[in-house]
Design a protein. Structure first.
Length: 246
């Protein structure tokens, strides 16, 4: 709330969101200025997205979870340029902190931290792969994974997925927040924030359809942690090679 002496200081949640968005901005700028890096990151994201599709094929075949799997693969951790969406979010941070509860802003901040961390880990992984043209196998991927030496960050990545998912699961049950999102649709389109609005609506729709995300999130935590443990222990093929050309 603003005071007679000027606007209130940003909350810790707002500061965390701004910091995560700045990390994302730096990544997007680097990617845009280096087409070779951008192409390599796009191919790696596609490869990893196909790995996720294979790891969670059983959930994707269940109508309760299919939309959530698609949201994770396509909106949170898939190939594509997210710079417009992240720039849109940067534009409305002050508005978010005025109209949303601090706990919701904190969840958005953690989602953007997950986004930025995933980008940074991919960029680091590219440097350790034998070639950046996508012609690498699971064994190459696992060796590069270990050479990064960022086990703690990978575990943080998994923890953030679960944490953000649990928060979303709570919020989709709150009519006030769902209603606010619907009311934002027209103003967002007028303000040129359509990409961000569509992203938010897809996320809410996916979690609402699940009608309880505990099993979904527990499955992700268990499988991703088991894969990480196997890779760090020296496994060369803890999952099958994602099918299809890069």
């Amino acid at each position: 709330m603003a005071s007679v002496f000027g606007p209130a200081a940003p909350t810790p949640a707002a500061l965390a969101l701004e910091q995560a968005l700045e990390r994302a901005r730096v990544f997007h700028a680097e990617r845009a200025s280096n087409p070779i890096l951008g192409g390599a990151l796009e191919r790696l994201a596609e490869w990893q997205s196909r790995r996720l599709a294979e790891t969670y094929a059983d959930l994707a075949s269940d109508s309760r979870y299919a939309e959530a799997i698609a949201f994770f693969r396509e909106d949170l951790y898939g190939p594509g340029d997210y710079s417009r969406r992240d720039a849109d979010l940067s534009r409305i941070v002050p508005a978010l902190t005025r109209v949303l509860p601090d706990a919701v802003v904190a969840t958005v901040a953690r989602a953007m931290e997950l986004n930025a961390l995933s980008h940074e880990l991919d960029r680091d992984l590219i440097r350790h792969l034998p070639r950046a043209d996508g012609l690498f196998g699971v064994d190459d991927y696992c060796r590069a994974f270990r050479r990064m030496g960022r086990d703690a960050d990978r575990r943080r990545q998994i923890a953030l997925i679960v944490e953000v998912g649990r928060s979303l699961d709570r919020y989709v049950r709150q009519p006030m927040i769902r209603g606010a999102l619907t009311m934002m649709r027209g103003p967002a389109r007028v303000a040129g924030l359509g990409d961000l609005q569509a992203f938010l609506e897809r996320g809410f729709s996916a979690f609402r359809r699940m009608d309880g995300a505990a099993t979904f999130l527990a499955t992700i935590h268990q499988r991703e942690t088991a894969l990480l443990d196997a890779i760090m222990a020296g496994a060369s093929a803890p999952f099958t090679d994602p099918a299809g050309p890069i």
